[in-house]
Write a protein that binds this ligand. Structure first.
Ligand SMILES: [Zn+2]
Length: 272
């Protein structure tokens, strides 16, 4: 039996046949893959508990004719902290659904893996912070929202759907502060004189445009991107912005995402 190893994050888990599991996994080496785990739901199955959603795990898979089979799973992190925090775990579910719907199988991008991994570690760390000190809640919520917004904008970038926020998507004039709007149909900002071109466009505040620019992808090389992630996540605590505004931009970015993938992201309604 020919096998291969990969590290991945389990993004979706469904029942398959009587005792099997069907898993969607975002892997470092192959991008998103789908694989089956036979007998994983049996009480004594050796994989039981090693293939839950969110897990970061080292996998061994056997090549199959139509689908590969997971033969071993060694859990690296189970993110137990955020699993016990309802609000943060709902954010984590949203993130998994978003990554799943914005990626296609066997299209490898190590940056997507690193981004998702970083986000899950960060959310786990936030949950720990709340457990240790309940007064940290407002600060944690701000960082929680900023991290989700950052992930949305980066996923849009990495999938080639990044909204244009530097120039008007209609006349190409530079966007300056003032009465601009976001157009989902045209994929970015419209300036005041072009806003009539899309009746569905919604108002884009200067702060919203600034934050989208700030979180836009700046590194394309895998290693540089990892460093960029580390640095950016550390800065979330220093950004002065109201939660309400961050959430407003999250909801706008969610609409860009849904427009581009042409599917609803169900988990969005649990975020607010
Ligand atoms: Zn214009």
């Amino acid at each position: 039996m020919s096998t291969y190893k990969t590290q991945g994050i389990i993004i979706k888990r469904s029942h398959f046949g009587e005792a099997n599991l069907l898993l969607d996994i975002y892997t470092k080496e192959y991008g998103k893959i789908q694989a089956v785990a036979r007998s994983a739901r049996k009480a004594r199955g050796k994989l039981k508990g090693h293939l839950e959603v969110f897990l970061l795990t080292d996998l061994i898979l056997a090549y199959g004719k139509s689908i590969d089979t997971i033969t071993n799973s060694t859990v690296k992190n189970n993110f137990l902290n955020f699993r016990n925090n309802l609000k943060i775990s709902l954010g984590a579910y949203y993130v998994l659904e978003l990554v799943n719907k914005m990626t296609i199988q066997y299209h490898k991008d190590e940056r997507v893996f690193e981004l998702l991994k970083k986000e899950l570690y960060f959310l786990d760390h936030l949950a720990k912070e709340v457990d240790a000190n309940e007064h940290s809640v407002p600060e944690v919520i701000k960082k929680y929202y900023l991290s989700i917004l950052f992930l949305q904008i980066n996923m849009l970038d990495l999938s080639g759907f990044h909204p244009e926020v530097n120039k008007c998507v209609s006349c190409a004039n530079k966007i300056t502060s003032g009465k601009n709007s976001f157009s989902f149909k045209f994929g970015g900002t419209l300036d005041e004189k072009c806003s009539f071109k899309d009746i569905d466009a919604i108002s884009a505040s200067d702060n919203a445009i600034k934050l989208v620019r700030l979180f836009s992808l700046q590194k394309t090389d895998n290693d540089e991107y990892k460093i960029y992630l580390e640095k950016t996540f550390q800065k979330f605590g220093k950004i002065q912005i109201e939660d309400k505004l961050i959430f407003e931009i999250i909801s706008i970015m969610n609409r860009f995402i849904e427009f581009n993938v042409d599917r609803k992201i169900e988990g969005f309604r649990f975020l607010g």
